[in-house]
Ligand binder design. Sequence first.
Ligand code: PAF
Length: 284
Amino acid sequence: MYLFKRKEELERHLTTARHAGKRIGFVPTMGALHRGHISLINAAKENSDLVVCSIFVNPTQFNDPKDFEKYPVTIDQDVLQLTEAGCDVLFLPSVQEMYPDGLTAKMQYDFGTLETVLEGAARPGHFQGVGQIVHQLLNLVQPDKLFMGQKDLQQCLIINRLLKIIDSHVELVICPTQRENDGLAMSSRNMRLNTTERVNALRLYQALSYIKHHYKKEGFKEMKEKAINELKTSGFEVDYVELISILEDGSVIFPETAATTPLYAVVAAKEVGSGVRLIDNIML
Ligand code: PAF
């Protein structure tokens, strides 16, 4: 696997590959890789000739500085995992390399209401930061396909919108959420949970599973309240439990009955003991 830290080196390597007719698959990450990330690398390998992964903990997408400071960094293990998975190129830039002129945003993206609901409401500025870095990375890598996980469902919708805003023909491939045996969605943040907190974290998946099994017969409002109360009594600060639907234009609505499709149950809550904020979603 090639490892590049400088933009020029990456661009030079990829220009040669592109001239040789290689189709490039790209997996952007913030490192602390787990099986979820590796499933994206595998999907990219199956669907492209050359796989590029980036690891960059992007400061502009963290609205909480403590969350940024505590974000797990496991570069040596990440490199091992990527090599084993057969990734071709790792791009590992520094903050200075990606933001030579400082962290102030050069442009604002119009993500519409997508930016004011759910994660957008709970983490002001987060999606502008994601847009900023993914836009830069896409310009550098110029992939044919971009691979992202359904666990970050709203981020996928934002990137879909970004691709339209920047008039990009990159194909976004959304891959299924990978789960631990008991159902916990894989996340780099899980590394920050101790044994008790890890057991408690399963409550999010249990809340979603409850909704999946009851949404056809129970009122949405009652179900959401029940899930929120259960999470609160189990030691969570709940940002939201919602049932959402995605319209054809990629915007999100909040239906009140099971008649609308596709329906997703989404949750975000902070495990108070650890201070770790977790998100998850399932299609109903
Ligand atoms: O999902 C992530 O890990 C990040 O938000 C991304 C897409 C790599 C941008 O920093």
